[in-house]
Design a protein around this ligand. Structure first.
Ligand code: GTP
Ligand code: MG
Length: 206
C-alpha cells in the first residue's frame, strides 16, 4: 500500500477518547534513539512529520498520526536509556506499559524497532515476550542497516533470528529507505482491507 496522506492527530499521556475509536493502530516501539520517529518519517515519505533528534528521549508522548485517513501510526517514546531525570524515565516507562498492556487497546500490529548493530537488548527481549504472550502481530525492524556492510547485516540478522525465531525480522534504514516497500508490505500484510468507499477500515481477522 502506498502512503498518500499522513497527518499528526494528537499526543496523549494517558487515557483518551482516541483509544476508543475504531481506527486500527500500528504502533512503533523500541529503545530510545533506535530511530522510531525516523522510521515513521521515512515510511510516510515526510522529512519532519515526526520529531526526531540525536538527543535520546525526544519523543515524550504517545503520538498518533493518521495515515491515508484510515489507520493510525503511533510513535512511542523510547524505553531504556534516555536523557531525563529518574522520575521522568519512570513516568515514561509506566506510560508505555500502560498503553501496551493495560489500556485495552487492540493493536493491529506492533513494530519493534531495534538498532541492527546492537540487536535485541534484555529489555527488548522482555517486551517481546510480553507482546508474544498477548498474541499481537509483531514485526522486528532492524534499523540503521546503512551503518553495516552486507556480510555484517547477514550475521546480525541471524543472531536476532535465533533469539526471536517466531517473529518476522527485516533489515531497514530510515536514512537510505532501503527495503521501504518491503517494510510497508509487511506492515499492511493483508490484515487490513482498505475499502475506498468508506472512511471505516475493515479488518480482516482471518
Ligand atoms: N545512519 C542512520 N541514522 C539513523 C537512522 N534512523 C535514525 N537515525 C538517527 O538516529 C537518531 C535517533 O533517531 P530518532 O528517530 O529520533 O530515534 P527515536 O527512536 O525516535 O528516539 P526517541 O524518540 O528518543 O526514543 C537521529 O540522529 C537519527 O538521524 C538510520 O536508519 N540510519
Ligand atoms: Mg522518537
Amino acid at each position: 500500500m502506498e502512503i498518500k496522506t499522513a497527518e499528526f492527530v494528537k499526543g496523549i499521556i494517558g487515557t483518551n477518547k482516541i483509544l476508543e475509536n475504531k481506527i486500527p493502530q500500528i504502533v512503533f516501539i523500541g529503545r530510545s534513539n533506535v530511530g522510531k520517529s525516523s522510521v515513521i518519517n521515512s515510511l510516510v515519505n515526510r522529512k519532519n512529520l515526526v520529531k526526531s533528534s540525536s538527543t535520546p528521549g525526544k519523543t515524550r508522548q504517545i503520538n498518533f498520526f493518521l495515515i491515508n485517513k484510515k489507520i493510525y501510526f503511533v510513535d512511542l517514546p523510547g524505553y531504556g536509556f534516555i536523557k531525563a531525570s529518574k522520575k521522568q524515565i519512570e513516568k515514561i516507562k509506566k506510560m508505555i506499559f500502560w498503553y501496551l498492556f493495560r489500556s485495552n487497546t487492540k493493536f493491529e500490529k506492533i513494530i519493534l524497532i531495534i538498532d541492527i548493530r546492537i540487536g535485541l537488548t534484555e529489555l527488548d527481549k522482555k517486551i517481546l515476550e510480553l507482546i508474544n504472550q498477548n498474541n499481537y502481530s509483531l514485526i522486528i525492524v532492524a534499523n540503521k542497516a546503512d551503518k553495516l556492510k552486507t556480510n555484517e547485516i547477514i550475521k546480525k540478522l541471524e543472531t536476532i533470528k535465533k533469539i526471536a525465531p517466531n517473529n518476522k525480522i527485516i533489515q531497514y534504514s530510515a536514512k537510505t529507505k532501503r527495503e521501504r516497500k518491503k517494510v510497508l508490505n509487511l506492515i499492511f500484510d493483508k490484515s487490513i482491507i482498505v475499502n475506498n468507499n468508506t472512511n471505516n477500515p475493515t479488518i480482516n481477522n482471518t
